[in-house]
Design a protein around this ligand. Structure first.
Ligand SMILES: Nc1ncnc2c1ncn2[C@@H]1O[C@H](COP(=O)(O)OP(=O)(O)O)[C@@H](O)[C@H]1O
Ligand SMILES: [Mg+2]
Length: 271
């Protein structure tokens, strides 16, 4: 674990998780010092991968004098679909969150096939067989797999309206078809970086991406989570929608250059 005070302004606690799109070497890109004792209380960002017990993490860091940028409640608002969906309704596909897997008939009473299925936090690594559910039979099979899937089984099941997205050339093995989707990072309502979500396929651009960024800005303003990620995509019909949001501490940079992103954050942090 590396505790770095970046540009003598912002403490970042980081750990390499072995994911190139997530890891970033702060010491290599910024002037950092490494305080061994914290005087009073300092603002802190965690970059240690997925956070399974954020409330405990928050308390542990606070005991060291480090106040994580997002409170436990803000973390939940950013990362649980159940929490953010009511705030973003209208900007994102129509969604129902269930306490347990619904029956096919329950799904059919609210949606038409295909539907998009995921857990309240995430899909199983973008596996289309477990997320783009084309029929009643497919749903039965996917539900069985959902119960035994290590990523999905503990999450609340979510059914979303399936919205065809504008696809881009290229494919990533085992994942849903890449589309015109972008990720945006927000620091207290200011966009500090945005770029392609699908970094594994040939670079794509979109002439009206600024309109998508505006939709993301509305989402970020509504949620008002200090350090937030909003993913947005263009539908096949030409509308911009929010796909999901997350606590930015847990999010990969995907196609976004991390150094300018952190420089923008540093510039916004008061001395
Ligand atoms: N409602 C939807 N309709 C169509 N495609 C979707 C829908 N929701 C997500 N997708 C596609 O599936 C991908 C993964 O979904 P997402 O909700 O982002 O899961 P995860 O949290 O695992 O990243 C998205 O990047 C997008 O391409
Ligand atoms: Mg996603």
């Amino acid at each position: 674990m590396n505790i770095a005070r970046v540009e003598y302004k912002l403490i970042v606690v980081s750990e390499d998780v072995g994911v190139p799109a997530y890891d970033f070497d702060f010491d290599l890109h910024f002037a950092c010092d490494h305080p061994y004792q914290i005087e009073g209380e300092e603002l802190c960002v965690l970059r240690v991968g997925p956070l399974s017990d954020y409330a405990t993490e928050f308390d542990d860091k606070l005991a060291m004098g480090l106040r994580l940028v997002n409170s436990p409640a803000e973390h939940v608002l950013a990362s649980e679909l159940e929490a953010w969906y009511p705030v973003l309704e209208g900007l994102t596909p129509r969604t129902k969150v269930f306490d347990a897997l619904p029956t096919a008939s329950e799904v059919e009473s609210d949606f038409r096939w295909p539907v998009f299925m995921k857990g309240s936090r995430q899909t199983s690594k973008h596996n289309p067989d477990l997320s783009i559910i084309r029929s009643r039979d497919h749903f039965e099979a996917a539900s069985r797999l959902y119960r035994s899937d290590s990523i999905l089984h503990w999450q609340k099941p979510v059914i979303r309206e399936f919205i065809p997205l504008l696809s881009v050339p290229g494919q990533v093995p085992g994942k849903v078809q890449p589309s015109v989707e972008f990720r945006s990072f927000w620091w207290h309502g200011t966009c500090v970086g945005w770029g392609r979500y699908w970094y594994q396929v040939p670079a794509y651009e979109c002439a009206d991406a600024a309109a998508g960024l505006e939709v993301a800005r509305i989402a970020a303003t509504r949620l008002a989570v200090p350090f937030l990620v909003v993913d947005f995509a263009k539908t096949a019909e030409g509308h911009w929608i929010v796909i999901e949001c997350n606590d930015a501490q847990e999010s990969g940079y995907v196609g976004i250059a991390a150094q300018p992103l952190w420089q923008n954050v540093i510039d916004l942090v008061e001395n």
